[in-house]
Design a protein around this ligand. Structure first.
Ligand code: NAI
Ligand code: F6P
Length: 250
């Protein structure tokens, strides 16, 4: 961009980081512009990167520190949602709403969120009761029977979801570093490693990698958790247990 345009762009345009939270399932309507969404939404923007004197957008929360909002959302909404998807997939559920109707699976999701909740409340010194209310609200969103959300959509791209900085491994490593036990998070990671949906390119790649190089290599190379790290073996054990218990269903 040259000259006058560049100056205008510098004056009028900014690219602040933001956290966006609203569940949008795959849908087909006659009117292609129609989108059905849940009533809940959260849009948080890093104020420091906004242009001075900017117009406030209704419904946006402007904050000085975005990281706690990002981690609250990523470790609760995203971690919980994909836990429901991966365990639900193994159990043969089609939708997240079906998963949440199964009391054992719902408890698994809650237990994961209690683990990430302990991490978040201890890391950011948040009020535990208030965070528990947030967890309950997120569980209600997954249960919303007016939306139908496929487990294979929510579980899509397992390699990305299993990467070091994403919703599963990042809270697991942080919680472990703080000395917390995380059996449900490691079980969710193991369930993700068993996601073998053949229409998802990353799931196909992941399953091929496990077949070719073995589970240890995948955890080391794709997830960045070295062999000697304590949670590496926990994931392997959980993977073996889940694989065995679901073998009969395959
Ligand atoms: N669906 C949801 O509930 C939420 C989604 N998001 C984020 O919003 C983004 C979009 O999500 P969805 O609409 O659910 O995904 P989607 O898979 O339904 O739509 C993505 C669209 O992007 C197109 N696309 C992919 N790569 C492209 C490329 N290189 N150039 C141009 N177009 C490309 C695809 O063809 C597809 O039409 C993702 O980053 C997702 O993480 C965030 C919050 C909620
Ligand atoms: O699955 P992706 O591609 O990470 O997209 C963001 C995800 O965040 C959610 O809003 C909550 O988990 C999902 O609806 C959506 O799938």
């Amino acid at each position: 961009m040259a000259g006058e345009w560049r100056e205008k762009a510098d004056y009028y345009i900014a690219f602040p980081d933001a956290a966006v939270d609203r569940i949008v399932p795959i849908q087909e309507h006659e009117d292609v512009l129609k989108v059905t969404v849940e009533p809940y939404f959260e849009w948080v923007i890093d104020r420091s990167a906004m242009i001075e004197g900017h117009r406030q957008i209704d419904g946006v929360k402007y904050v000085d520190a975005l990281e706690p909002y990002i981690e609250r959302k990523l470790f609760t909404v995203n971690t919980g949602h994909c836990t429901a998807a991966y365990h639900g997939y193994l159990e043969g559920c089609d939708t997240i709403q079906d998963v949440m109707k199964d009391s054992r699976l719902k408890a698994e999701v809650l237990n994961v969120l209690l683990e990430t909740g302990s991490l978040l409340t201890s890391k950011y010194h948040w009020d535990e009761k208030k965070h528990r209310k947030y967890i309950n609200k997120m569980l209600l969103r997954f249960t919303n029977s007016r939306l139908s959300d496929d487990v294979v959509r929510v579980g899509r791209s397992p390699l990305r979801k299993l990467s070091l900085n994403d919703r599963l491994v990042r809270p697991a490593l942080q919680a472990h570093r703080l000395g917390m036990n995380i059996p449900h998070l490691t079980s969710a990671i193991a369930a993700a490693l068993l996601f073998d949906y053949d229409k998802d390119e990353e799931a196909v790649f992941l399953q091929n990698a496990i077949r070719k190089t073995g589970i240890h290599e995948v955890i080391t190379d794709h997830m960045g958790i070295p062999h000697k790290h304590a949670i590496h073996q926990q994931i392997v054990d959980s993977y073996a247990a889940l694989k065995e218990s679901y073998a009969a269903l395959k």
